[in-house]
Design a protein around this ligand. Sequence first.
Ligand SMILES: Cc1cc2nc3c(=O)[nH]c(=O)nc-3n(C[C@H](O)[C@H](O)[C@H](O)COP(=O)(O)OP(=O)(O)OC[C@H]3O[C@@H](n4cnc5c(N)ncnc54)[C@H](O)[C@@H]3O)c2cc1C
Length: 368
Amino acid sequence: MKQYDYLIVGAGLYGAVFAHEAKKAGKRCLVIDKRDHIAGNIYTESVEGIHVHRYGAHIFHTNNKAVWQYVNQFAEFNRYTNSPVANYHGEIYNLPFNMNTFNKMWGVVTPAEAKAKIEQQRAEAGITEPKNLEEQAISLVGTDIYEKLIKGYTGKQWGRPCTELPAFIIKRLPVRFTYDDNYFNALYQGIPNGGYTAMVEKMLDGVEIELGVDYLARKAELDKLADQIVYTGPVDAYFDYKLGALQYRSVRFETEVLDTDNYQGNAVVNYTDAETPYTRIIEHKHFEFGTQPKTVISREYSAEWKKGDEPYYPVNDEKNGALYAAYKQLADAEPGVIFGGRLGEYKYYDMDKVIEVALSVAEKELAE
Ligand SMILES: Cc1cc2nc3c(=O)[nH]c(=O)nc-3n(C[C@H](O)[C@H](O)[C@H](O)COP(=O)(O)OP(=O)(O)OC[C@H]3O[C@@H](n4cnc5c(N)ncnc54)[C@H](O)[C@@H]3O)c2cc1C
């Protein structure tokens, strides 16, 4: 008999949910992570008493009541509502595009006036079949919003001008004809009081954890410890990149402690001009209505990804889709290994979706 029923590779949200469920079902689990902390990319660390989201700002939002109840077992969530603002050369606009944005942009007051303005700009542009992202955006929201709020930001995000980006990237744009600055349409939204790391710590309560362990570097030895492996690392790395490397978009964060209690008055400010080199500034304390004397900000720079960098966003194009499909075949044929999570499935998952899928895989697995 092996020492553990499950060796769970990765102490991120997927690994933590699976481990919690397996432990509850009486299974013996070991969770390992190559990083020196738990919680994967939702890790928050305390700096000046502020919970800093080290791998990018994370706002929990879901329409799934069961998932909302599930996370509330491990943390109490505050009432944070994501309402980013856009800074275009010092002019401030509310996001997502809504009546507050239109009022600031054009002075319009009613939804009918806003719709008429957008329609007029669409018609003036005369685009019938958008050939690129620029034409697509103008035909959806008109020239002013495109020029001030989309052009520079999207160009920085993708590292290319909008005229060189395919139209399909923004098939639809969220446009709201109400005075509602809530970015998400989700029924439930918030930030766990005490940060995400404390929430994951609770999920992993009573589970054995070893940090600073790279599974792939010690695979043969670690495999001997457990009957089953749950692998949440990159699927291509598992197979030693033998079919080639999957591509990602990366983000570089520049984090700074500032000697002021309030730097920008909002958690998220998007810099939508092309000249400012970063895309956003996150001021972490505002996620939890912090009153600390100092503040911590992170400037986000969109970055091309190369092997060795932190992989963030999978690239959903044909080439990478086909490559992942080939790796998925290998993964499906790999005995005794469950591949899961954003890296194991090469998929952009919001947190609620990762929980949903980890719970459903655990339920099936643990019933067997
Ligand atoms: C910039 C950014 C912002 C986001 N914002 C939001 C948001 O606002 N709201 C939202 O709902 N979602 C957001 N997400 C998505 C969220 O981050 C994911 O849903 C979640 O982190 C996925 O959890 P996971 O367990 O699949 O992956 P991860 O958190 O990446 O966990 C995988 C773990 O496996 C470990 N690992 C990998 N390889 C090995 C190995 N060989 N040996 C040992 N350990 C290994 C890694 O170190 C990592 O800790 C965002 C994502 C990004 C990139």
